[in-house]
Design a protein around this ligand. Structure first.
Ligand code: ADP
Ligand code: MG
Length: 576
């Protein structure tokens, strides 16, 4: 086979394939251009889920008539002035690739007028061939119209998903942009009818409500955190509400929406043990860092970034989330704890009955065991849990209480688990980890890359109780382990931690690995359910719950407490 030089039109289509994957990619690139042009209003029209038509119109700076032919040429941009700018990119675009890429796979027209000019200019591109720029009347700003997308790349068309799915990707693009640019008015029209309308200049919480809907937004709390030159802020869903996937996890780096493994990992780590396995929070996170500290030129569609100080960012984000949740997770909200129902439409009523149904139907019908604690209302009011008046113990497992807001049910096992777990965690934090020597030292063998990672962290491992020494080439001997861990094979635990270090690169993963294990021990070490508790034991437990953070969930993320407010009781009994 001979090497041939590809014809320009082929090369252009290959290059376009990286940037323009589906109609939503076109919308993303055009909206980014409008944002870079300082628009105050951005309107998007789509027809045929973006295949027949995508039109994006803005009131931004516009393009000078003499620049218009350049705008659709490859590697032509107004966003970089000198080479050094590549290392401090502050605009969303910078490659000068979007317009030519779109032009090479569609029938494309751009119409633009600078505010200072009387007339605008129009340019058409057909499958990559640009026509002449001609004078045209139009309002200030830029309108780009893309028709017959992928007409000359039929295979790409075949790979598209259903029209509804493609449209939902387009909505996502608008939503992601709007969450980061609340000063701007966004509109999306589908087949002529208004699908999204997000007026600009609103408060952060109003924007959140516009996009995520009232229900989800109401369950989120704002947070903010500054460390050095980085600022982290946004909204976090409160612990008990959770979702089955990561689609409500939105992260921005300097107002650029990214899907970043490091940020996602850090966010989830911030939630620590508050969520059950396989459940995810809703988070909007804005990270602002100096432009020079982030490389945005690592992904064709600019979805990913690289941080210069990755582990610092990871730690700061996890800490910001943890702090944001700390106070929230200490005292339950007045809402009934939601049991991870999907938050769309009217699914919230079932959440209410869920608590009741499982409570009732799990009970053996003939004889529900209830031990009355007849107790005086507590005097101590120094915390939510201590202020509960315990009425009795149901089924040897649940404490039924009268709470200041209504009725509360506590799972005594989950409560004990959390208390024990927090105690062990404190031990870990204080560096007062007790260690046990292994009678038979364990030999750990690792692939070369992982061995190098382990070797750099022997000291850290030692601090948490693992004494590990080099034994042979890529072989290590484990001599001690934390006394908190039950006896067993520690090699798998270490392997997992090292794999995590490779992914996110820091001590955080070690800590997480340990916490995971602590949660398991806490679970086995504490009072099992189905044990009658004496009154003193109950009061001690409630007091301890007030003293710890994250008291509302057990270390596996199951709820410790479910509360029915007076209002909810009334609603359940149809009194309102
Ligand atoms: P990039 O955004 O990477 O510069 P594009 O191909 O997306 O590359 O756009 C090329 C150039 O066209 C931009 O640098 C900008 O000068 C101009 N441009 C594109 N869209 C707009 C717009 N909506 N308003 C003003 N200028 C625009
Ligand atoms: Mg661009």
């Amino acid at each position: 086979m001979k090497i041939i030089r590809l014809p320009d039109s082929w090369a252009a289509r290959i290059a376009a394939g990286e940037v323009i994957e589906r109609p939503a990619s076109v919308v993303k690139e055009l909206v980014e251009n409008s944002l870079d042009a300082g628009a105050g209003e951005i309107s998007v029209w789509v027809e045929g889920s973006g295949i027949s038509l995508i039109r994006v119109s803005d009131d931004g700076d516009g393009i000078a008539p003499e620049d218009l032919p350049l705008a659709v040429e490859r590697h032509a941009t107004s966003k970089l002035a000198e080479e050094a700018d590549l290392w401090r990119i502050s605009t969303l675009g910078f490659r000068g690739e979007a317009l030519p890429s779109i032009g090479s796979v569609s029938k494309f027209e751009i119409l633009s007028r600078m505010r200072s000019m009387e007339a605008g200019c129009r340019l058409c591109v057909d499958g990559g061939k640009a026509g002449e720029a001609i004078v045209a009347g139009c309002s200030a700003g830029t309108t780009v119209e893309v028709r017959e997308l992928f007409f000359n790349t039929p295979v790409r068309r075949k790979f598209l998903k259903s029209p509804a799915t493609e449209l939902s990707h387009i909505c996502d693009v608008i939503n992601h942009a709007a969450l980061a640019h609340r000063e701007i008015h966004f509109r999306l029209y589908n087949q002529g009818s208004l699908l999204c309308d997000y007026p600009g200049g609103v408060e952060p919480r109003d924007r959140l409500r516009q996009i995520l809907g009232r229900e989800i937004a109401a369950g989120m709390v704002p947070f903010a955190w500054t460390k050095g030159e980085s600022r982290i802020s946004g909204f976090l869903s409160k612990a008990p509400s959770s979702f089955s996937g990561t689609r409500y996890l939105t992260a921005y780096v300097n107002r650029r929406f990214v899907r970043d493994r490091v940020l996602t990992h850090a966010i989830l780590q911030g939630y620590e043990t508050l969520l059950m396995k396989g459940r995810y929070p809703a988070v909007v996170l804005y990270l602002e860092i100096p432009f020079k500290d982030v490389d945005v030129n690592v992904h064709p569609a600019k979805h990913e970034v690289r941080f210069r100080r990755q582990s610092e960012i990871h730690e700061a984000v996890a800490e910001a989330v943890r702090q944001g949740l700390r106070s929230e997770a200490k005292t339950p909200t007045s809402q009934l704890t939601r049991m991870g129902e999907e938050p769309c439409g009217a699914v919230h009523e079932p959440a209410v009955s869920y608590g009741l149904r499982s409570w009732i139907s799990d009970a053996p019908l003939p004889r529900v065991e209830f031990t009355r604690i007849l107790e005086e209302p507590p005097l101590a009011r120094d915390g939510f849990f201590s202020s509960l008046e315990v009425l009795g113990q149901l089924l040897g497992c649940y404490l039924i209480c009268s709470s200041p807001r209504g009725m509360a049910v506590i799972d005594q096992h989950a409560a004990h688990e959390r208390v024990a777990f927090e105690r062990m965690r404190r031990q870990l934090g204080d560096g007062a980890i007790e260690r046990q020597s292994l009678l038979i030292p364990q030999i750990l063998e690792l692939p070369a890359g992982e061995a190098a990672l382990l070797e750099q962290r022997l000291e850290l491992l030692d601090r948490v109780g693992f004494n590990v020494e080099k034994f042979g080439r890529n072989e290590y001997v484990i001599r001690t382990a934390p006394a908190l861990l039950p006896a067993g094979d520690y090699r798998e635990a270490l392997r997992r931690m090292i794999a995590e270090v490779a992914e996110v690169g820091e001590s955080e993963s070690l800590r997480e690995g340990l916490e995971d294990r602590l949660a398991t021990i806490a679970c086995h070490g504490v009072i099992r359910a189905h044990r009658k508790l004496e009154r003193d034991e109950i009061r001690a437990l409630l007091r301890q719950l007030d003293e710890i953070d994250f008291a509302t969930q057990c270390p596996h993320g199951r709820p410790v407490l479910i509360e029915f407010s007076e209002e909810q009781l009334e609603r359940m009994f149809r009194r309102t």
